[in-house]
Design a protein around this ligand. Structure first.
Ligand code: NZQ
Ligand code: ZN
Length: 388
């Protein structure tokens, strides 16, 4: 195990009606400043009545609200720039995101942009170090990306999806009321479960050894997603099951499961090429295609970890032949994805025509991706070809 510092500064406010405390929490974070920039997406929060409840809570706390709507899934830099230009020098004290990962990531990018004199795409290109951002508060409506507690922010610009990570981006508080998830369509419920599991798996599939404690924690969280994911997919009104999924999703990406080990992230790097190439692709659905193909490719060189995953997470009986145990595990994972209506091939994803070689080259533009097995463009090409 490696040395580490674990520090998660996000206050998690969880449960029924939690969004009614938004104003009080915002006030608490901002101190004397009274101006909030509210960011949201295409309108689901208006249809569900959440917008009205959040606005009332902000008004009750005596806060002035300026709002920006229209964040689209796989959010674009254009809206970030437009919002930063519009809001600069207006004395905003906090950026409030009400939505899923795309809204929260847009809020993070805007929060960084408002504290930076240049163009905040500089942070994504590595031209400037991101050290300062306005505080972000997230009211979560979709458990998936984990952005409500993460240091990451993922934005698309000219067909390139790029992530940046900095502690200052981590939301000061995450308001998670599992009742808000009940209006999600089935494909987003499933994609969310795939995504949150992948955030744990990107940390679990590590070359670092002697990690029994975090392994066991990760395995338990993954089994929880396997048990309760289908329950909320079957019955989106099942509050108690949503609570379990909401917790898995929020903790999956706050760094906990990465304690003391090197993380992988190859599957995310590959998937971001797909949803950057075509932003109609849902991130979690792209992952359902990439992960099994990556597993088949990488497990040949690192069988032990994949056997442990098959046995401890998927409940496969250990076979005499490791390759057989691993294949049974991957097949069971694929069956799980399919049972939730997820694609497991590029064709089913609607990406049969994606330019595999150029996506693979772009994926590895800064060098190899992944740590368990560092992959070059040739490896990524083979993985994507096998996913056809
Ligand atoms: O825009 P509205 O009308 O609100 O509709 C949204 C959107 O169309 C809808 N939705 C959200 N909550 C709803 C709802 N519909 C009905 N009822 C509700 N309660 O869901 C659609 C998708 O929303 P989006 O925010 O795009 O989904 P998700 O949370 O999966 O976020 C995906 C984005 O996060 C990035 C992904 O790459 C992608 O861009 N990621 C961010 C990460 C991070 N910052 O740490 C890590 C992840 O790995 C991921 O890469
Ligand atoms: Zn993800």
């Amino acid at each position: 195990m490696q040395n580490f510092t674990y520090f998660n500064s996000t206050r998690l406010v969880f449960g029924r009606g939690a969004e009614n405390d938004t104003g009080r929490i915002a006030r608490d974070i901002m101190g004397r400043c009274g101006k909030v920039l509210l960011i949201y997406g295409g309108g689901s929060i208006k249809r569900t009545g959440l917008y009205d409840r959040v606005m009332k809570s902000l008004e009750d706390a005596g806060l002035t609200v300026i709002e920006k709507r229209g964040v689209q899934p796989n959010p674009h830099m254009g809206l970030v720039r437009e919002t930063v230009d519009w809001m600069r020098d207006q004395g905003v004290g906090l950026v409030l995101a009400v939505g899923g990962g795309s809204v929260i990531d847009t809020a993070k990018a805007v929060a960084a942009g408002l504290e930076y004199e240049g163009d905040c795409w500089d942070f994504f290109e590595g031209k400037a170090k991101l050290e300062k951002a306005l505080p972000v508060l997230a009211v979560l409506t979709l458990p998936a990306a984990g952005s409500e507690q993460s240091i990451r922010c993922v934005i698309t610009h000219h067909g390139t999806k790029t992530g940046v990570g900095a502690e200052c981006l981590r939301p000061k508080a995450a308001i998670v009321n599992p009742e808000l998830f009940m209006t999600l369509p089935k494909h987003l419920i499933a994609a969310g479960v795939v995504d949150m599991m992948s955030h744990i798996m990107e940390r679990y599939f590590s070359a670092t050894t002697e990690t029994a404690y975090v392994d066991a924690q990760a395995e338990a969280a993954l089994r929880t997603a396997l048990e309760f994911g289908p329950k909320v997919w079957e019955n989106p009104k099942d509050y108690d099951s949503w609570c379990q999924i909401g917790l898995v999703g929020s903790f999956a990406h706050n760094g906990y499961f990465g304690m003391g080990r090197v993380e992988d992230w190859a599957c995310h790097a590959i998937e971001h090429e797909l949803s950057g190439w075509n932003d109609a692709i849902v991130h979690g659905m792209g992952l359902a295609v990439v992960i099994p193909a990556w597993m088949r490719y990488v497990s040949k060189k690192h069988p032990a970890r994949f056997v442990q995953f098959a046995v401890n997470v998927l409940g496969i009986e250990k076979q005499d032949d490791d390759a057989r145990t691993i294949e049974l595990g991957i097949a069971k994972l694929c069956g799980f994805y399919q049972s939730l209506g997820m694609p497991i091939t590029l064709r089913e994803l609607g990406a049969a025509d994606c330019p595999i070689e150029s996506l693979a080259r772009h994926c590895c533009r800064s060098g190899r991706v992944g740590h368990l097995e560092p992959l070059d463009a040739g490896d990524v090409t083979e993985i994507l070809i096998s996913a056809r």
